[in-house]
Design a protein around this ligand. Structure first.
Ligand code: XMP
Length: 515
């Protein structure tokens, strides 16, 4: 992001809510970035920083290895807000007392304000807040006074007026804190005096200028998968450099129903982009023949994709740059800031393979954006709603939704069933309200009866889940009429299926995809 953008920095002490803090600040139309706690004050001084937030974290200030930050940040004259561990750390640093409380306080509490304070503008005298802590402040540091309390914590919020430092024990970033958004808004917009100019239109303006400067008269290749991230990245890069962008779409034979046709229409006809459609279905399907093991399928598809893409890229000889739809959560995860998930499945992303694809110059215009921001940019750029609000689709496509062997016939059966699910979910106004809704083709045949005749055909499972980031998910209790309609249509319209079952497993213990 251009350095001119006024930024609130979030020093990440490892809280599970750090990304939420960043999102809330951005919802106040202020740009925010998550950084390592040990960022030197001098580096902060060099940037256009408006304020600093110290996040919560799992450590105790009494731990031998308790994480801290460069104390010189307090001399920068910037407003600072410590949240939970952030409050405890700054209390200890300035000479107050933090005690290990006997039991964790976890859940909702009532916050009572001690009077007016800029951090609490438009927050009522009592309100519900979310607490999640073991340690607590028992004596504020010299120069700090309590500005709010709860039933169990006298120092639920403190401030040091001349130094412009605030600390709160509760979590304003979570939805369970009734006025949390207001508190973050107050800090970002009032205390830090940010203009609130972080909007989709403003982002498009800065990002396109950045892309033009970076690319110059060179050319960019981008692997378009049809997913939200690569589609928005393509539209944004195209807005910046027009014909210097060349999109490559690889049909791997396991895409959704009519996918290639739709993409050619949206990006080629409608948006006038150079989109090179590579039909590699035969190659993928022949490599998948006889393979039933999920990880093997994923590896085959990921590996062959690289081959096909490299070959297609050769048709644009003067392209030096690879465009990618990398987003902020990917960046946070791979930078080591934040937590790492266990490798349960080897993920394949069209946008995640720069080195293997043979490019060392990357254009990643979405790398500082969260998913909801990516969607807002997509809308700003005029992409159709169906594209921008599409549900996630795995890189290995329907191959991980066809249990057992992947054959052309089985792909066609699943495409038809899946298409019915999408149509009916949209018609009932449920498609955009859930994280994902799809069909899975099972490798079992069951006996049925249709029109007085015995049938012996395949079963499909419906998988409909709600999630905020795909890391955890709940199965959705869809209206029974909708389930019934989907089931009837699939059985009537899709040859080869005579039974539909509904998956009622959450994640964990299940994963969202079946393979
Ligand atoms: P699981 O099945 O691990 O899926 O619970 C979590 C989310 O990730 C999607 N998914 C993928 N996305 N490449 C992707 O880009 C992949 O290889 C891949 N595998 C799973 C899945 O659809 C769900 O939203």
């Amino acid at each position: 992001m251009a350095d001119s953008q006024r930024t609130i920095l979030i020093l990440d002490f490892g809280s599970q809510y750090t990304q939420l803090i960043a999102r809330r600040v951005r919802e106040a139309n202020v740009y925010s970035e998550i950084v390592d706690t040990m960022i030197p004050a001098a580096e902060i001084a060099r940037r256009n920083v408006a304020g600093i937030i110290l996040s919560g974290g799992p450590a105790s200030v009494h731990d031998a290895e308790a994480p801290g930050c460069d104390p010189a940040i307090f001399d920068l004259g910037l407003p600072i807000l410590g949240i939970c561990y952030g409050l405890q750390w700054l209390t200890q640093h300035f000479g107050g007392r933090v005690q290990r409380s006997g039991s964790r306080e976890y859940g909702q509490a009532t916050l009572t304000l001690n009077g007016e304070n800029p951090l609490f503008a438009n927050v009522p005298p009592t309100s519900k807040v979310w607490m999640s802590h073991a340690d607590e402040v028992v004596a504020a540091a010299p120069g700090f006074t309590a500005i709010a309390s709860s039933q169990s914590v006298p120092f639920a919020a403190v401030w040091n007026e001349p130094r412009r430092i605030w600390g709160v024990q509760f979590h304003p970033e979570v939805v369970h804190t009734d006025y949390g958004k207001q508190v973050i808004h107050n800090f970002a917009r009032v205390v830090c005096d940010c203009a609130g100019d972080w909007t989709a239109a403003h982002f498009v303006e800065i990002a396109t200028a950045d892309i033009r400067r970076q690319v110059g008269s060179d050319h960019v290749i981008l692997g378009l998968s049809g997913g939200v991230d690569s589609s928005v990245a393509a539209a944004l890069i195209h807005r910046a450099i027009g014909d210097q962008l060349h999109c490559v779409y690889v049909d791997n034979g396991v895409m959704r129903f009519n996918e290639s046709k739709t993409l050619a229409e949206v990006f080629g006809k409608h948006l006038h982009m150079d989109i090179r459609m590579v039909d590699a279905a035969d190659g993928f399907l022949s490599r998948l023949a006889g393979v039933t093991e999920p990880e093997k399928k994923r590896k085959i598809i990921g590996g062959y994709f690289v081959e096909v893409f490299r070959e297609a890229a050769r048709s644009v000889p003067n392209a030096r740059f690879l465009g990618q739809g990398t987003t902020y959560p990917d960046v946070i995860e791979s930078s080591g800031i934040g937590k790492h998930a266990d490798n349960i499945k080897s993920h394949h992303n069209v946008g995640g393979l720069p080195a293997q694809l043979g490019f060392d110059h990357l254009i990643e215009p979405l790398r500082m954006l969260f998913k909801d921001e990516v969607r807002a940019i997509g809308e700003e750029l005029g992409l159709p709603k169906e594209m921008v609000w599409r549900q996630p689709f795995p890189g290995p496509g329907l191959a991980v939704r066809i249990l057992g062997e992947v054959t052309r016939e089985r792909v066609e059966v699943l495409q038809k069933a899946d298409h019915i699910v999408i149509e009916e979910m949209k018609a009932a106004d449920w498609y955009y309200r859930v994280w994902q809704s799809f069909a899975v083709l099972l490798p079992v045949k069951t006996v049925g009866v249709m029109g007085d005749c015995r049938t012996y055909e395949n079963a499909v499972a419906l998988r409909v889940v709600q999630s905020s980031d795909g890391m955890t998910a709940d199965w959705v209790d869809l209206p029974h009429e909708l389930l019934a309609r989907i089931s009837t249509r699939i059985i009537n319209e899709v040859r080869g299926i005579n039974r539909v079952v509904y998956d009622i497993t959450s994640k964990p213990p299940g994963t969202i995809e079946w393979e």
